[in-house]
Design a protein around this ligand. Structure first.
Ligand code: NAD
Ligand code: IPM
Ligand code: MN
Length: 353
């Protein structure tokens, strides 16, 4: 029995997590999946009431007693500095050492792609985003705030260990999955010091994989190429900040932010799964949000937990829903969040019976 922590979070995170759980329940009841789901109400509401975002003991609890975490999204306009989201989301990424942010970009139906004449075969790659370093670590500060002389410093931290392990993970993934090419993207023409480290690590680790082609693109050129010729990409590896940005573009290539799932992986420990999108507060609680990103995140989690055939059924059900226009408004359909989730559950039940 695998133990999973469920943190719906804020806004549409709550709505889409409800649908992800419905899908998991179908597999629990009819599909041979055995999970012990434990719910946690960490998020804006609890933080505003109690001042506690993520109780510190939860890190050890998750690390020692859970196989995975499913998280909806965090972010609430009542907490403009995002303090609780940083503690919970970044806190879990950093403290559980979830150094691999795995974000597949896979178009499931041509009609969803904003690019002209691109097929599903042509928009199919994965992004490995470094997830524990870079500008996200919070090194820096403000000085003379509110005066004409004010200063803001935000450092980017890159360690040899951190850079090397995400690059190696990308090459290993490529090798295991029959890919022929890994693309590393940085901004080494302007950010020389960290760029130098990334370049050398890519070169040196890459030598261990002579059969795999190495490509380097500056990140400005990468985003241009993602639009111009996405078919050239198989595996992309990049830093935390660039990975964040390029995967929102990647989400749109798949039909929008409501269509992208992700995994935050610690290859030796508890991992965390979340849709790429945020809490979209203005849509929260309105039965509008697209639940497919969260449901495709369930697919990634089931794969990770060792249920590959069930994971495949999730993707098939989503493909069918798109083909039949059984979707939310962002995809051109007329369904609410719950109804779109119900459709997926029905499709999975058909496949299980
Ligand atoms: P967002 O992803 O929440 O939403 C941006 C826009 O994308 C929405 O207005 C909507 O038009 C569309 N969208 C996103 N998800 C959708 C879905 N499931 N269905 C339909 N449309 C969808 O990004 P934002 O507006 O920049 O951020 C809102 C809050 O979420 C902020 O507080 C931000 O920091 C936070 N955030 C959290 C996470 C996370 O928890 N993983 C990720 C991104 C942003
Ligand atoms: C994401 C989000 C987060 C990030 C925010 C909410 C800190 O945008 O998961 O993509 O930048 O990593
Ligand atoms: Mn993001």
């Amino acid at each position: 029995m695998k133990k999973i922590a469920v943190i719906p979070g804020d806004g549409i995170g709550i709505d889409v997590t409800g649908e992800a759980l419905k899908v998991l329940n179908v597999f629990q009841e009819h599909g041979g999946v055995e999970l012990d789901l434990v719910h946690f109400d960490f998020g804006a509401e609890r933080y505003l009431k109690t001042g506690v975002s993520l109780p510190p003991e939860m890190i050890t609890e998750f690390r020692e007693n859970f196989d995975a975490i499913f998280i909806g999204a965090l972010g609430d306009p009542r907490i403009p500095d995002m303090a609780h989201a940083r503690d919970i989301l970044l806190g879990l990424r950093f403290n559980l050492d979830l150094y691999v942010n795995y974000r597949p970009v896979k178009l499931l139906d041509e009609k969803l792609c904003p690019l002209k004449d691109k097929t599903c075969k042509e928009v199919n790659f994965v992004v490995f985003r470094e997830n524990t370093e870079g500008t996200y670590v919070g090194i820096g500060g403000n000085f003379k705030t509110g005066t004409p002389d004010e200063v803001a410093v935000q450092e980017s931290l890159n360690t040899r260990k951190g850079v090397e392990r995400i690059i190696r993970y990308a090459f290993e993934y490529a090798q295991k999955n029959g890919h022929h090419k890994v693309t590393m993207s940085d901004k080494s023409n302007a950010m020389r010091f960290e760029g130098d480290l990334w370049q050398r690590a890519f070169q040196e680790v890459g030598e261990e994989y002579p059969e795999i082609e190495k490509q380097h693109l500056f990140v400005d050129a990468l985003v241009m190429q993602m639009v111009k010729r996405p078919e050239q990409f198989e595996v992309i590896v990049t830093c935390n900040m660039f990975g964040d940005i390029v995967t929102d573009l990647g989400a749109q290539l798949q039909g929008g932010l409501g269509m992208a799932g992700s995994g935050n992986i610690n290859p030796e420990g508890t991992s965390m799964f979340e849709p790429v999108h945020g809490s979209a507060p203005k849509y929260g609680g309105k039965n509008i949000a697209n639940p497919f990103g969260a449901i495709l995140t369930v697919q990634l989690m089931l794969e990770y937990l060792g249920y590959p055939s069930q994971a495949k059924m999730v993707e098939e059900a989503v493909i069918k829903a798109i083909r039949e226009n059984q979707t939310t408004r962002d995809l051109g359909g007329g369904l609410g969040t719950k109804e779109a989730g119900d459709y997926i559950c029905q499709e999975i039940k058909k496949r299980l019976s």
